[in-house]
Design a protein around this ligand. Sequence first.
Ligand code: NAP
Length: 329
Amino acid sequence: MEAKLMHAVQYKSYGGGPSGLKHVGVPIPTPKKNEVLLKLEAASLNPVDWKIQKGQLRPLFPGKFPQIPATDVAGEIVEVGQGAKKFKVGDKVVVLLSHFSGGGLAEFASSNERFMVARPAEVSAAEGAGLPVAGITAHQAITQSAGIKLDGTGKQKNILITAASGGVGHYAVQLAKLGNTHVTATCGARNVELVKSLGADEVLDYKTPDGAALKSPSGRKYDAVINCATGIAWLTFEPNLSAKGKVIDIAPNASSFTTFLLKKLTFSKKSLVPLLMIPKAESLDYLVNLVKEGKLKTVIDSKHPISKAEDAWAKSIDGHATGKIIVEP
Ligand SMILES: NC(=O)c1ccc[n+]([C@@H]2O[C@H](COP(=O)([O-])OP(=O)(O)OC[C@H]3O[C@@H](n4cnc5c(N)ncnc54)[C@H](OP(=O)(O)O)[C@@H]3O)[C@@H](O)[C@H]2O)c1
């Protein structure tokens, strides 16, 4: 019997940007052992998706060509493979697919259940699909790296969140405010009111002199910085940190790693810590439930039909999204 085809977007080699993406008809995947088949309802893009296409993360990613990119999806289970136990046909879920195999820019995807959580009816597919990479990164940075307790207990901390209008930053602001924090945030002028509405106590336009210098308007020194922007030098952070202040760098470059080592070797009280997101189903489940309870929201930059996935891809590469870019099959 001939396999049924689905619409998918894929690339066959490194490079090419949006025009490297091709629309193809490929067989609907068959769930392997311990996998389920999902009819996808929404996918969200992350900068890592196009960084993989660019070849910035080779030789690790992608695991193979051709590659259907994107890992953050919401969908409905339509088939359960042998040994898969957590979910049943008809369940709505939010999933972090593997970065090795991707699969999000398609009508269907198969996945194991490791990083798959239930999506309650109160959380839309797009709101759910926004969460995996950006939400888990923000959660890890705020709780594990900055040590903020999201039940509001603990000593008050002054936090700076850079690029607070982006995918990670907008979740980080909201999560930080669940804890006992004073949050300073940076973003472009057009997003200042939005970032305030997410809970930030003070917001700096990063294109003004005070914004570029990361200076708190209320004169605070930061106990932790969640740095979601690129290209800010240690020398800019340093004078704004409290005695034991820490920069948690989610987009580290070679100079961040040098600073990290230098600060360690000189027993500096101020530090820089590169962060790599470690996927956790418990974090994803926690975040989905926060959205359900109305305590966290996914700001949606734009929605694109899969037939125009290149536009979504170009928008992400452009680096000026406000919240999450969504692709719908
Ligand atoms: N380490 C990890 O595991 C991990 C996980 C997730 C993400 N990341 C990385 O973290 C970075 C952020 O990811 P993202 O998804 O949040 O990106 P994003 O959504 O593409 O961020 C775009 C936003 O950042 C703002 N922005 C850019 N430069 C800024 C600056 N200097 N100051 C203030 N705002 C600025 C832009 O504002 P304007 O439009 O006004 O310029 C835009 O709203 C990316 O490099 C990504 O690869 C790493």
